[in-house]
Design a binder for this molecule. Structure first.
Ligand code: ARG
Length: 588
């Protein structure tokens, strides 16, 4: 369905032309004075300069041309030259009825769907998920869902960190503890055991131990680097260990992501890029892009227009080891070969921006991806504690994601139990659902690139701009719909009635903005715009609810019409929270 703003702009364009003015002045926007009007056009002010006329005269002439337009209940020119517009009750009512009948709620999918790969999550194997990975998962999942809703093929790849020094550290520590395992015996040429030689909790303990040792013991660090090198060179026993580490980690990660309502189409890692590295490096050398600098192999990526220094992209270290750049570049090779994406989006901490500038430029320059492939970096800010510093545990350690979620769950559970409306088991389930909305909405309602403060008290509140408030609104609708149904009634396909009160009309207007909100959220990869939209919509619904007798109407068709209105509001809200990556309970 065409956006209402677009329809009004078309009418305005015709009126400007008819009155003899350039159509470029006919832009219509949402009113910034909702107390005066719903939409406005300020073009007469700008046109005044070109036509050397008082703005109000232009506005008057344009308004006159719109005099018979049934779409509007009011078009007036206001000094010094604004055009204020209200849409007619009939028009807006038809519009929401059409939305209600449309399976896609009035949102057109994009004309030319794309294949978009989205690289998000980015956990490092054998290290527990921490809050730093939370944002990537939450934002990436939402951008993926929004892209899909708009008609694209979205392929999410978790891109595990499984190729760096942390692998060498784990191998080294394991070797210290269990030197007799066949993985360390270079002469061993039999089959390795299928059972991993550790559990996830051992693995999670091994890594920090090894990392600690390497900081104190130079020789130990040397060994870990050597192990990393040998792993990357393909030492058989180490590759087998890598596979065990991956299996154990991935099982655990999947469980955690499931709790976050996050899932990936691909579970690839940095190590999957390894087979592509040798040819990639050869080609870069052959084409004259890569050259040696202080022993390392680099590609220049600076451009004349740079305002700050962009250092060369390092492809291999002097010992020939691959780096973060190398795996990211080689990853683009298989992405291109297997999926031919039109676009690759990376949802990563904004502190990695320079890395991605280098990788993107190098990939384009060396022809790994074509000019037509869009490489997009969506850098997110830091999640801080109330002290304004990166979120930590009470004793100053790195906060594990599981712990954070548990804290929010507990808090939510206490609140829900205090309301005393459900069994313990139901309360637990509900708490988990609502807690997830608190965490995700708390994150997504901020512009991704900005830092934000994780404020558990505010995020879990049932009032204000929070996830629980949105869910509360949905639950309120569900409860009315249930009561109606329990009374044995059915609104069938009766139409939403023409808006009669101010609060009804406001609700219709908010509903009608869904397609516009989706469009910006998609085009700007900005879930926070969808959050802002559903917050306004929820406010409009709750205002309507407080002003209106819904079930207690004498005329049953009036109630039935309201029921249809509530159904539409529920569909829009539920669709939106699904795109944000959470859901609503039955009660709360
Ligand atoms: N594993 C990385 C980290 O924890 C994030 C990976 C982001 N994705 C990428 N293609 N580099 O910092």
């Amino acid at each position: 369905m065409k956006e209402i703003l677009e329809v009004i702009t078309e009418k305005m364009t015709a009126a400007f032309k008819e009155a003899g003015y350039d159509e470029k002045y006919a832009r219509v926007v949402l009113s910034n004075r909702p107390d005066l009007c719903e939409y406005q056009c300020n073009g007469a002010m700008a046109a005044a300069k070109e036509y050397h006329k008082a703005p109000f005269m232009i506005a008057d002439e344009v308004v006159e041309k719109l005099g018979n337009e049934t779409m509007f209940s009011m078009v007036e020119s206001v000094k010094p030259g604004f055009i204020n517009i209200n849409i007619s009750d009939e028009y807006i009512t038809d519009y929401v009825n059409a939305m209600n009948e449309d399976a896609h709620l009035g949102v057109d999918t994009i004309e030319k769907p794309k294949t978009i790969m989205i690289d998000y999550g980015g956990p490092n194997v054998a290290k527990p998920l921490h809050v730093g990975h939370l944002r990537s998962a939450i934002i990436g999942e939402s951008i993926k869902r929004i892209g899909k809703f708009m008609g694209n093929e979205m392929i999410g790849d978790v891109h595990l960190g499984d190729w760096g020094l942390q692998m060498g550290l784990i191998i080294t520590e394991l070797r210290e503890r269990k030197p007799d395992l066949p993985y360390f015996d270079e002469a061993f040429d039999g089959e390795y055991p299928t059972e991993p030689p550790f559990t996830i909790s051992e693995l999670e303990e091994i890594y920090p131990t090894a990392s600690g040792k390497s900081k104190e013991d130079e020789a130990y660090k040397e060994m870990a680097m050597q192990a990393t090198f040998e792993l990357q060179k393909g030492r058989r026993g180490y590759r087998a260990l890598l596979q065990h580490i991956l299996d154990v980690s991935v099982t655990d990660l999947k469980k955690n992501y499931e709790k976050l309502n996050v899932s990936f189409e691909l579970w690839k890692g940095e190590s999957d890029a390894d087979p592509y590295i040798p040819d990639m490096v050869d080609q870069m050398k052959k084409d004259g892009f890569a050259y040696e600098s202080e022993g390392a192999l680099v590609v220049d990526v600076k451009e004349d227009t740079d305002t700050k220094e962009i250092p060369p992209c390092m492809i291999l270290k002097s010992d020939g080891a691959a780096l973060y750049n190398t795996t990211d570049l080689a990853t683009l090779i298989w992405r291109e070969k297997d999926y031919h994406p039109d676009e690759v989006i990376y949802v990563v901490d904004k502190r990695q921006e320079l890395h991605f500038i280098q990788v993107f430029r190098c990939a384009k320059k060396t022809g790994i991806v074509s000019d037509a492939t869009d490489l997009k970096f969506i850098g997110f800010g830091t999640m801080n504690g109330k002290d304004g510093k990166p979120f930590k545990t009470r004793d100053g350690g790195v906060m594990r994601l599981e712990m954070l979620l548990k804290d929010v769950n507990d808090k939510m559970y206490d609140k829900i139990v205090a309301n005393d409306t459900m069994s313990e088991e139901e309360a637990k389930k509900t708490a988990a659902i609502v807690a997830l909305s608190a965490v995700k909405y708390g994150d997504l309602s901020n512009q991704a690139s900005k830092d934000y403060i994780f404020d558990i008290d505010r995020f879990t509140s049932f009032e204000g701009n929070t996830g629980p408030y949105i869910l509360y609104t949905i639950v309120r609708i569900k409860s009315i719909l249930n009561k109606y149904k329990e009374a044995g009634k059915d609104a069938g396909d009766i139409k939403i009635p023409v808006a009669k009160t101010e609060s009804e009309k406001k609700l219709y207007l908010e509903l009608s903005k869904f397609n516009a909100a989706m469009k910006v959220a998609y085009e700007e990869s900005a879930p926070h715009k969808l959050c802002a939209y559903i917050y306004d919509l929820s406010n409009a619904l709750n205002h309507f609810y407080h002003e209106t007798k819904i079930l207690a109407q004498e005329d049953e068709t009036v109630t039935a019409g309201y029921i249809r209105l509530l159904e539409l509001t529920k569909k829009v809200l539920e669709q939106s929270i699904d795109l944000l990556g959470f859901s609503a309970p039955e009660k709360m």
